[in-house]
Design a protein around this ligand. Structure first.
Ligand SMILES: O=C1O[C@H](COP(=O)(O)O)[C@@H](O)[C@H](O)[C@H]1O
Length: 256
C-alpha cells in the first residue's frame, strides 16, 4: 500500500486552483506515458471549484481532450440533467467547455437512463461498462490514472457511508439505498474498485471536514470512517485547506 502524503493550502480557493493544476499535469504525464489519460471524478462543493478552475487554466489546452476517459466515483440516482447529479455539475463546470470526445465520457446511469429506474440494475450496467473498457482478459476495471474523492463530514467517500452494507460488496459498482445524505438512493464504486487507481486524491476544504480528515489520518477503521480505507496503488494524496487540516498531526503536513 502507498504511503499517504498531505498538502495543505491556505484556503479553499487556493486548494481548488492547486488541485486543478495537479490534475492537468497528471493528465499530461499520463498522455505522454500511455498515450491517453483516465480520470475518475467526484461530486461536491470543492470538486465543482476544481472543475471550474481547470476550465480557466490556460494549460487546459495542452491536454489532448480527445484522448481522455472520464469516469465517476459515485452518483446520485436522479433523472438526467438533475442539478444534484455529479455528472450535471461536472459537465456544466468543465466537460461542456473542453473538446472532449463524448464517447469517452462515462457517467453512471441516471434514474431515467439505460438501466431504468432501478439502482441495482444501474450499478450492474456501470460494472459492465467498466469491464468493457478494461478489455477482454484485463479484469473488471480499466486503468485509472487518478481518482478524486471528496470527504464528507462523516468521513464518507464517493457514496460509501459509515457502517453501510456497501462496505461488504466486492463488486466494482454498487447501489446504495438509505444514504444518510440526500438523495437516499445512489450508485458508487466500491472500495476494492477505488483502490485499483494509480493515484487516489482526497480533496477536502472547510472546518466541517477537520474531524473526519484528522481521524482518517490518525488510523480510524474504514467501516466507521470510509476515508480511512482508500489508497492509490502508487500514491495517496490528501489535498486540504488549512481549515480541513486543523486536526492533522503536524508531522504529516507540508504547508503550501
Ligand atoms: O454526496 C456527496 O458528497 C461528497 C462530499 O461533498 P461536499 O459537498 O461535502 O464536498 C462527494 O465527494 C460525493 O461525490 C457526493 O456524492
Amino acid at each position: 500500500m502507498s504511503e499517504a502524503s498531505v498538502a495543505v493550502h491556505a484556503d479553499a480557493d487556493l486548494l481548488a486552483q492547486a488541485v486543478a493544476a495537479r490534475l492537468l499535469v497528471k493528465m499530461l504525464d499520463a498522455q505522454a506515458d500511455r498515450g491517453e489519460a483516465s480520470v475518475v471524478l467526484t461530486g461536491g462543493r470543492i470538486a465543482a471549484a476544481v472543475y471550474r478552475a481547470v476550465a480557466t487554466l490556460p494549460a487546459r489546452d495542452a491536454v489532448d481532450w480527445s484522448r481522455v476517459d472520464v469516469w465517476w466515483g459515485d452518483e446520485r440516482f436522479l433523472p438526467a440533467g438533475d442539478p444534484d447529479r455529479n455528472e450535471t455539475q461536472a459537465r456544466a463546470a468543465l466537460l461542456d467547455v473542453v473538446p472532449i470526445d463524448p464517447a469517452r465520457v462515462h457517467p453512471m446511469p441516471a434514474s431515467d437512463g439505460p438501466a431504468g429506474n432501478d439502482p441495482e440494475a444501474a450499478a450492474a450496467w456501470y460494472g459492465e461498462e467498466l469491464a468493457r473498457a478494461a478489455g477482454p482478459g484485463h479484469g473488471t476495471l480499466p486503468h485509472f490514472d487518478v481518482l478524486m474523492l471528496g470527504v464528507g463530514e462523516d468521513g464518507h467517500v464517493a457514496s460509501i457511508f459509515p457502517e453501510h452494507p456497501v462496505h461488504y460488496d466486492t463488486r466494482p459498482c454498487s447501489a446504495v439505498r438509505g444514504s444518510p445524505k440526500p438523495p437516499a438512493v445512489r450508485t458508487t464504486l466500491t472500495l476494492p474498485a477505488i483502490n485499483t487507481a494509480e493515484e487516489v486524491w482526497l480533496v477536502a476544504g472547510g472546518a466541517d471536514k477537520a474531524r473526519a480528515v484528522g481521524m482518517a489520518l490518525a488510523g480510524a477503521g474504514p467501516v466507521q470512517l470510509p476515508a480511512a480505507g482508500v489508497h492509490g496503488v502508487g500514491r495517496t494524496r490528501w489535498l486540504l485547506d488549512r481549515a480541513a487540516a486543523a486536526d492533522v498531526p503536524a508531522r504529516l503536513r507540508s504547508l503550501r
